[in-house]
Design a protein. Structure first.
Length: 328
């Protein structure tokens, strides 16, 4: 049984009890409104409740106008659906169509238009939607542990990918199925979804560190895919490939480190300087392979640059410490 079901049950019971205590007829309608108001995040709950309450007011205005002119007949309800629903949607309260219908059908059931009846419906809205909002605001399960696990999964995929790239550079005939790329992409998408949900649960002072982290990894994965395309052009074993393979070996460890080490960046600078001091290629084949390896180095520099752009000082917050610790 999910936690949302438990919250829905609590909000439903609370709203019915409050509506019954207030003396509202058919108090169970408050429970229906509470069910419609329970959401997965605090921010989404506030948006939904606002939309449903506003839509109900618009629906009351339209429906009561129809009842006042045409009377309480079943076919008038059809007219309300025909004309009222499009107006509610145009008003920007599409999420509140069902809620507004519940309220208007209650007015139809009482078959009278008085201030007392209208105030009762508004009171019912406040109790039903308010109970849902209260339950949502009181507690939302923390997803930090889940997100941290996804982060470790992504880092693990990246580490394996870099190891595979190093092996390919040392042995161009090596065949890799690339399944870690698919796994990394799926994990990043799950991380972005979980991080967005966690962000929406913080109404005041939201922390975007996890969103920044997973967007950074998404950018870096695109850079990795570019490097792999270039590696496909390395069809001959050269000393240059072995030197760059050492870089990927280092990076496969750095990506798992607790802090941004910068070791790969320093090694890359040394390798590029050494490349400049080497003799020029003597054959077209060597030129093509060395050119592809050099482009891999430039793409690797871009990968590291992305990491440095998103690095956050370790002193700010524990969650952001994790972000910095995964900036390689």
């Amino acid at each position: 049984m999910g936690f949302r079901v438990i919250k829905t049950a609590a909000a439903t019971l609370l709203s019915i009890l409050l509506a019954a205590a207030a003396g509202i007829p058919n108090a169970q309608s408050a429970g229906l409104l509470a069910i419609l108001g329970v959401e997965t995040t605090r921010k989404r709950s506030l948006r939904t409740i606002t939309a449903r309450f506003s839509a109900s007011l618009v629906g009351l205005l339209i429906g009561c106008s129809l009842f006042a002119v045409l009377g309480f007949h079943y076919w008038v309800l059809g007219l309300y659906v025909l004309f009222g629903f499009p107006l509610i949607v145009k008003s920007g309260f599409k999420e509140g169509i069902v809620t507004s219908s519940v309220i208007l059908f209650r007015v139809f059931g009482q078959a009278e238009l008085t201030l007392h009846v209208l105030l009762q419906q508004i009171e019912l809205l406040i109790i039903g939607l308010g109970s849902a909002g209260l339950v949502n605001l009181i507690y939302m399960p923390q997803a930090t542990g889940v997100i941290s696990g996804i982060r470790k999964e992504v880092d693990g995929y990246f580490s394996v990918i870099f190891k595979q790239m190093a092996t390919t550079l040392r042995d161009p005939s090596y065949i890799w199925d690339g399944k870690e790329l698919i796994g990394a992409n799926a994990a990043i998408q799950r991380g972005l979804t979980a991080a967005t949900r966690e962000l929406e649960n913080h109404v005041i002072h939201p922390d975007e560190a996890w969103n920044v982290y997973f967007y950074m990894r998404k950018e870096q994965l695109e850079s990795i895919q570019n490097m792999l395309q270039l590696l496909s052009q390395v069809y001959r074993q050269l000393p240059h490939g072995g030197m760059v393979a050492d870089l990927f070996d280092q990076l496969s460890g750095d990506v798992l480190a607790e802090e941004y080490t910068g070791r790969t960046e320093r090694l890359l600078a040394g390798v590029e300087q050494e490349f400049q001091q080497m003799e020029l290629p003597s054959t077209r084949e060597e030129f093509e392979v060395r050119s592809a390896i050099l482009q891999v180095c430039r793409e690797l520099a871009l990968y590291l640059k992305i990491a440095k752009q998103h690095k956050v000082p370790v002193e700010i917050k524990p969650a952001k410490r994790l972000l910095r610790g995964r900036s390689n």
